[in-house]
Each structure stands twice: as structure tokens, then as C-alpha cells.
Design a protein around this ligand. Structure first.
Ligand code: IMP
Ligand code: MG
Length: 181
């Protein structure tokens, strides 16, 4: 097939977190969650699409019986800034009533997405609700959200890889990197 100029163009990616750094931290988070949730009725809720890689690795470090569910959001705003109107496009498929729920997010940027998702999940009357995020960009925070389990704090750069995308690409990178303009 003949390649177009745009499909050949590659942005430069600067490594922010290596595969090894991520692997170690995700294993630690899994061990911590295992200690905290022993004997509880745990549901891990993955926010699609960005969190699917993190969730897949994290749950394999949680040594407890658990179930996994998924939801997906959409927001009205430009590509780089989530605005306040976040909508749940599709929702979890099981009852969360009386369950111990951990919401797994790839990155907390302005905080709008997690804030809206937590409101929706709280309305389902779980026994408890916690947030686990791989990345947090505190410089961009507009809404404060309580992060119970955090992988890494990162500077204000647009990052890709390990599930995170730029224009739907780079989700398959094994590391987290910053896109250089
Ligand atoms: P927030 O609502 O502003 O906190 O943004 C959360 C969502 O925006 C994340 O779940 C990501 O999907 C996306 N996002 C924010 N920052 C980045 C980034 O640096 N790289 C890729 N996606 C991002
Ligand atoms: Mg996301």
C-alpha cells in the first residue's frame, strides 16, 4: 500500500517513565490494594479507553477475588482540555450496591472526568469508593479529587503510552513519554 506523508510522520517521544519504573510501581499499588481490601467485595472499574493497559496489569497484582467492570466518558472540550460537562457514554453493567469499588483512571489532569464519574458511581450506593490513578498532573488541577492510590506525579506535559493516546495513537507504547511539538 502507498503510504501518505501524514501516516509516515512521527512525533518525537521523550521517555518520562520507563517500562521498569511503571512495572515496579504498578506491582506496589497492587500489593497495597491487596492489603487494604482483604475480605471485602471488590469491584475494579476501568475508565475506557486510556486505563485499559493499567487496569490489566494492576488487577494481576491484586491477590484477591474481584470483578472488573468498565465505563466510558465523553466530554465537550478541545483535545487538550476537558471542560466541566463530562458525560458517561456507557456505564458499568453490574450492581455496585454494597460493593467496595475502586475506580481506575489513567491520568488525572483537570480532575473534571474523575469528579463526574465519582458522582455517578456514588449514586449507585457502593459500600466504599476509592480512586486509583496511574498519573496526576497537579499543575493542571481545576477540581480537587481525593486520590487514594497514585502511581506517579508528573509535570505539565502531554503524555502518551501505556494506554494513553494522542489522536488515538501510541496506546501500545510500553513506557510513558511526552510528545514533543
Ligand atoms: P481531566 O478530566 O482533565 O482530568 O482529564 C482526564 C482525561 O483526559 C484522561 O482520562 C485522559 O483521557 C485525558 N488526558 C489528560 N491529560 C492527558 C495526557 O497528558 N495524555 C493523554 N490523555 C490525557
Ligand atoms: Mg481517560
Amino acid at each position: 500500500m502507498r503510504k501518505t506523508l501524514t501516516s509516515c510522520r512521527k512525533e518525537k517521544i521523550e521517555v518520562v517513565l520507563s517500562e521498569e519504573q511503571i512495572r515496579r510501581r504498578v506491582a506496589e499499588l497492587g500489593r497495597q490494594i491487596t492489603r487494604d481490601y482483604r475480605g471485602r467485595d471488590l469491584v475494579v472499574v476501568c475508565v475506557l479507553k486510556g486505563s485499559f493497559v493499567f487496569t490489566a496489569d494492576l488487577i494481576r497484582h491484586i491477590d484477591l477475588p474481584l470483578t472488573v467492570d468498565f465505563l466510558r466518558t465523553s466530554s465537550y472540550g478541545d483535545n487538550t482540555d476537558t471542560c466541566g460537562s463530562v458525560r458517561v457514554e456507557f456505564d458499568v453493567t453490574q450492581s455496585l450496591k454494597g460493593k467496595d469499588v475502586i475506580l481506575v483512571e489513567d491520568i488525572i489532569d483537570t480532575g473534571h472526568t474523575v469528579h463526574a464519574v465519582m458522582d455517578g458511581l456514588a449514586a449507585k450506593k457502593p459500600a466504599s469508593l476509592a480512586i486509583c490513578a496511574l498519573l496526576h498532573k497537579p499543575e493542571r488541577e481545576k477540581v480537587r479529587v481525593p486520590i487514594d492510590y497514585l502511581g506517579f506525579t508528573i509535570p505539565n506535559k502531554f503524555v502518551v503510552g501505556y494506554g494513553l493516546d494522542h489522536a488515538s495513537r501510541y496506546r501500545n507504547l510500553r513506557y510513558v513519554g511526552a510528545v514533543e511539538a
